[in-house]
Design a protein around this ligand. Structure first.
Ligand SMILES: [Zn+2]
Length: 66
């Protein structure tokens, strides 16, 4: 819920819905976050929370065991 993408900083979207009886309902939409192992700039594998739109755009390098 409180997680954010570590590349672009994308987090939860919140919107308030007001019902007929004036009760406020907070709606939440969260991005598709994946915790994966990526290579940082020093060539080390680190665990990062990355959204799938950053993965598709190729902003991170996957770490794969050889
Ligand atoms: Zn992202």
């Amino acid at each position: 819920m409180g997680k954010k993408c570590e590349i672009c900083g994308k987090g939860d979207l919140k919107a308030a819905k007001l019902t007929f009886s004036h009760k406020q309902i907070v709606k939440r939409q969260s991005p598709n976050l994946q915790e994966i192992r990526v290579l940082d700039e020093n060539g080390h594998a680190v665990r990062k929370c990355v959204c799938t739109s950053c993965l598709r755009a190729g902003k991170v390098v996957y770490f794969i065991y050889m």
